[in-house]
Design a protein around this ligand. Structure first.
Ligand code: NZQ
Ligand code: ZN
Length: 386
């Protein structure tokens, strides 16, 4: 196990009715910028509830609405301008990962003299940020408890991660009932996303990070159990609660600290989203089984077999390679069962004309992964997934 410093400064209020804790925002000042997406929070009534609580706590409320899935730098810039013009004290994101990511970038941008895109290109420039709070409405990214904001510039086909301790939320409200209204499609995509986060941590070369590995297996089993239930029964509280907490645990450092390895499927998916604006979780569901096919070898079979035994209950007298292949098949079948796409064509990617360009951009981030991948490997994965 590697050395690490573990620090999660985010207070979590988990469960029904925990939104009453929004009154705590008064600890950070008077003026709050409420950031939200395309309107789901208005349809569910959460908007009205949050506004009443904020005003009841004596806060002055400003709004940044219309945050897109795959949030754009232009929206971040609008938020930063508002913060500067109105002397905003803190930001509150009410929504899914895109909304929270946008709010984080706004919070960092508001405390940076230059353009916010510079921070996306170089996270080390982030020296400070406005206090960040969130009310989560979609279980997927873990943004509610991590220090990451993924921001896109579609004019440049760029989708990049800003990473900084300064953008970890101070407090997040996790009420599973707010995810009852999430569509089957987004529920499935969110499930694939959190599953991918766990797998990215699980497939590491760091030896004897056993605590992390066992956490991973437990979380994966939880996702396998409850993901399909949430898709079929959107108002099943236990399913929503278990997915929500798994989503947070998957990427808050619990699994990665001490077992760090550069993620590989994510950088490849981010290129798909950057070029085609597809749903992140769907891209991961398509790529993950093909990545597994590509990196499975005599060298990695034991690890894949461990995954098969611990998560999919595969057993018997088969050798590691057979169990490993079956584990990949189980993963593929699970995504299908959730109704997720399995081919790039399914998400509207009509030809392979950008495969080389996307692979060239992803390759530098995959060169030291669990199994290092170069440009040609990534092109092969795209072709197989096509
Ligand atoms: O915009 P609104 O109207 O709110 O609708 C959203 C959006 O259309 C809707 N939605 C959210 N909560 C809902 C709801 N609809 C009904 N009821 C609710 N309760 O769902 C749609 C998708 O929302 P979005 O926020 O885009 O989804 P998600 O949470 O999956 O976030 C995806 C973004 O996060 C990034 C992804 O790349 C993508 O840009 N990621 C962020 C990470 C992080 N910060 O750590 C890590 C991830 O790997 C990921 O890259
Ligand atoms: Zn993800």
């Amino acid at each position: 196990m590697n050395n690490f410093t573990y620090s999660i400064p985010t207070r979590i209020h988990f469960g029904r009715g925990q939104i009453s804790h929004l009154a705590e925002l008064a600890e950070s000042g008077k003026k709050v910028l409420v950031v939200y997406g395309g309107g789901s929070i208005k349809r569910t009534g959460l908007y009205g509830e949050a506004m009443a609580l904020l005003r009841g706590a004596g806060l002055e409320v400003f709004e940044l609405s219309g945050v897109e899935p795959n949030p754009r730098i232009g929206t971040v810039r609008r938020g930063v301008e508002l913060c500067r013009a109105e002397n905003i004290d803190m930001v509150l994101a009410v929504g899914g990962g895109s909304t929270i990511d946008c709010a984080k970038a706004v919070a960092a941008g508001a405390r940076y003299p230059g353009d916010a895109w510079e921070l996306v290109l170089d996270s080390s420039l982030v020296k400070d940020a406005l206090p960040i709070y969130s009310v989560l409405t979609l279980a997927a990214t873990g943004s509610e408890m991590d220090g990451i904001a993924v921001i896109s510039d579609f004019e440049k086909n760029e989708k990049l991660s800003l990473k900084s301790e300064h953008i970890k939320p101070r407090m997040s409200v996790l009420d599973p009932t707010y995810t009852f209204s999430v569509s089957k499609r987004q529920t499935a995509a969110g499930t694939a996303d959190m599953m991918s986060h766990v797998l990215e941590n699980y497939f590491t070369n760091v030896e004897h990070a056993d605590v992390q590995a066992r956490f991973c297996e437990g979380l994966l089993r939880t996702v396998v159990q409850w993901g399909p239930v949430a898709v079929e029964q959107p108002e099943n509280y236990d399913a929503r609660a278990n997915l929500m907490w798994t989503g947070s645990m998957a990427i808050n450092g619990l699994l990665s600290n001490g077992a760090e390895v550069p993620w590989c499927v994510h950088p490849i998916e981010h290129e798909l989203s950057a070029f085609y604006d597809i749903t992140h979780g769907e891209g991961l569901a398509i790529l993950t089984p093909h990545w597994m096919d590509h990196v499975l070898s005599e060298k990695t079979a034991a690890k894949f077999a461990q995954y098969g035994r611990a998560v999919w209950d595969l057993d018997g007298d088969q050798n590691d390679m057979d169990i490993a292949r079956e584990a990949v098949a189980c993963t593929r079948a699970f995504f299908r069962r959730l109704g997720l796409p399995s081919k790039l064509r399914d998400v509207g990617i009509a030809d392979g004309s950008n495969f080389e360009a996307m692979a060239a951009k992803a390759a530098p981030r995959c060169g030291t992964a669990y199994v290092p991948l170069g440009k040609d490997d990534i092109v092969s994965i795209f072709r197989a997934a096509f």
